[in-house]
Design a protein around this ligand. Structure first.
Ligand code: DAH
Length: 344
């Protein structure tokens, strides 16, 4: 019996040496040490042994079991360690890999310029007013001293919706809406940003839709020098303290007198270049003293108050500020173009 036990130990240890995986290891454990396994099978014959032999054989049996169990435990440990290593390997995260960039949008250059202009005027005590883009003929033309058949209406080919309703061609109608809302009170000090529409063919400098900012100030004793000082302050904050302005006589139906305002050419600093057609000046806005008829339409008495107004194109201001050569860039939504303004 002792020989059988020794033979079993030898066989089991040989088998265990070649075990390939945990499942095979378990099969061998059951085969040799299980309730119906080989060891139990041999030890069942103990009953036939003498009283002296029994403890001796019993001891050998225990030794064989312990030896087999020890190798099984060692193998099991090896398999467990390998499985853990495998899992760690599979779940490895390379923390040195660059992360996936999350795209962050940027403020559109037209909005950026609009906000900058708003900030400058808010700093001078203005408030921001808005009006509808779908406007009546009365507010867009009539109340601004452009009666029907007035030749100045030809300057602005308009998108009419009905005979009386159109897409506003300028932000000037917000002047009238603001005056009416103020109900004769002074001072009025507003700027009015917004979209305007004209039946222009789109090209590098024209678009059927663009943006304007209107300004209006009304009070007792508002003079043209106030207008000039205000615009100079604006231009120097917007483009730099070295900038100058000049006013050229012009005509707008809603102002009298009217002027066009030029600013020092930012490109050449006023010495003359291609951009300013060698004049040293760039035109940036229209302005004037509010026409008495416009004050009346707004509910003010032109013998008691005076005012000035101005209007500028946001695209034009942005083109000059950033040196952009084509207005269509603003509407194409090309992120390569737009992202350039993220850090400006
Ligand atoms: N509304 C004019 C335009 O669209 C711009 C303008 C000129 C507005 C003179 C004004 C102004 O308020 O006084 O061309």
């Amino acid at each position: 019996m002792k020989e059988r036990l020794e033979a079993l130990r030898k066989e089991a240890l040989e088998q265990l040496q070649g075990v390939a995986d945990a499942a095979h290891l378990n099969d061998l454990r059951v085969h040799y040490l299980g309730k119906k396994g080989q060891l139990t099978e041999i030890l069942r014959g103990m009953g036939a042994l003498s009283a002296e032999e029994r403890p001796v054989i019993g001891q050998v049996g225990n030794e064989v079991r312990a030896a087999i169990e020890a190798v099984i435990a060692e193998k099991q440990e090896g398999f467990d360690a390998a499985a853990t290593a495998h899992r760690l390997q599979a779940e490895t995260i390379d923390v040195t890999l660059p992360g996936k960039a999350v795209g962050v949008g940027s403020v559109h250059p037209l909005n950026k310029v609009t906000m900058e202009i708003e900030d400058i005027f808010i700093g001078m005590g203005y408030t921001v007013a808005e009006g509808p883009e779908v406007e009546t003929d009365f507010f867009n033309f009539e109340a601004l001293n452009l009666p029907k058949n007035h030749p100045a209406r030809d300057m602005q080919d308009s998108f009419y919706i009905t005979d009386e309703i159109l897409l506003r061609t300028q932000t000037s109608p917000v002047q009238i809406r603001t005056m009416k809302a103020m109900n004769g009170k002074t001072p009025v000090k507003v700027i009015c940003p917004g979209r305007v529409y004209r039946r222009d063919d789109d090209d590098a400098t024209h678009s059927f839709m663009f943006h304007q900012i209107e300004g209006l100030v009304i009070g007792p004793n508002i003079r043209m020098s106030d207008l000039k000082g205000t615009l100079l302050q604006f231009v120097q904050e917007m483009y730099g303290p070295q900038m100058q302005i000049r006013l050229r006589p012009s005509f707008f139906p809603f102002t009298e007198p009217s002027a066009e305002v030029d600013v020092t050419c930012a490109q050449c600093g006023g010495s003359g270049c291609r951009m300013c057609k060698h004049t040293g000046w760039i035109e940036i806005l229209g302005c004037g003293m509010v026409h008495p008829k416009v004050l009346e339409h707004g509910g003010y008495d032109p013998t008691e108050v005076t005012g000035f107004a101005f209007g500028m194109g946001v695209e034009r201001i942005a083109l000059l500020k950033y040196g952009i050569d084509d207005i269509r860039h603003f509407y194409a939504n090309d992120t390569k173009f737009l992202s350039q303004f993220a850090k400006m």
